[in-house]
Design a protein around this ligand. Sequence first.
Ligand SMILES: Nc1nc2c(ncn2[C@@H]2O[C@H](COP(=O)(O)OP(=O)(O)O)[C@@H](O)[C@H]2O)c(=O)[nH]1
Ligand SMILES: [Mg+2]
Length: 359
Amino acid sequence: MKIGLIGLQNSGKTTIFNALTGLDAEVTSYSSQKLEPNIGVVEVPDERIDWLSEHYQPKKTIYTHIEFTDFAGLSSGSKEGETFSAESLGLIKTSEALALVIRNFNDEIISQSQGEPEPISDIEQIMEDMIISDLILVEKRLERIEKDKKRGMNLAELQIEEHTLARINEQLNNSVPVRDLEFSPEEEKAIRGFRLLTEKPIMILLNSDENNFGKNGDLISKIEEDYRVIELAGNFEMELSKLDSEEAEMFMEDMNISESAVNRLIRFSYDMLGLISFFTVGKDEVRAWTITTGDNAVVAAGKIHSDLARGFIRAECFHYDKLKELGSEKALREKGLFRLEGKTYKVQDGDIVNIRFSV
Ligand SMILES: Nc1nc2c(ncn2[C@@H]2O[C@H](COP(=O)(O)OP(=O)(O)O)[C@@H](O)[C@H]2O)c(=O)[nH]1
Ligand SMILES: [Mg+2]
């Protein structure tokens, strides 16, 4: 999974990126011209994998990963619609979800150029910028379709595309993001290629001061009326990520933080995107895989290898909780908890799966 960190300049994107990844990208309160994004990969902690690895003693233990991208090059967005330059847009589009960092800390230098923190108006501005960016794209495409039609092109596909884009256009003009609209499968297919910004799931990362962290209930409630939000103390979390876990825990207790930013963000993202994990186990490898809630056994098999999806016969399945409870695969078999599932079986979070296939 790829999560893109976006936000105004000096909102603390790079600070939070460092906190999440444990990396050490340059943090500065001066505007930077750097355009290449910082990219960091983080292992998704999962105590079920820890347990399975202990149980099977495999040669390799593999967790799933999340990739975070810090888009260093976003401009300060002083003019409407200008937050997203063509270049940064191209980069942002590859993210599967967006985390919008919002400044909620005081800093003398930043305040001189950008004023005091104004979380709500920053959110509104950026959401508006995203809508404008999508509108520009949609309108251009609609004009193009109009021309094609005048030249006699009128395929069914073009009609679906036009009809879908016209609806999106109207909604965007009413400030409704694409993610709030429902599409039929063929409409969805017609617009997939555009990778519109407001179609991506988005969460707000409220980057608060160490001093006011945990005291922003009213602000958070207000944001929660429209968005999912997590509060972080970016600077503090960045320092934490440099400590060993014992020291970090001590400081976290002081700040009343029960879980590190990265763990909270990962859990939040899984929840927001409806992601779940299934596992494969054996003497060679214990491994976690990420799928979407509702994915069937063939889709899950395809995550492991396309051959497994193509030649799928059956999925041998049992649940992690049952294995942990009964202690061995043998005990599971005796209780009849070893299942054989077919193509349409919806894989559950925590399923341990072995795909039977033939190609
Ligand atoms: N007090 C405080 N300062 C922060 C926090 N996060 C970032 N900063 C400061 O804000 C400035 C910009 O941070 P940076 O991460 O580079 O922002 P970016 O432009 O969004 O990548 C730096 O001087 C940081 O030290 C925070 O949580 N608290
Ligand atoms: Mg930065």
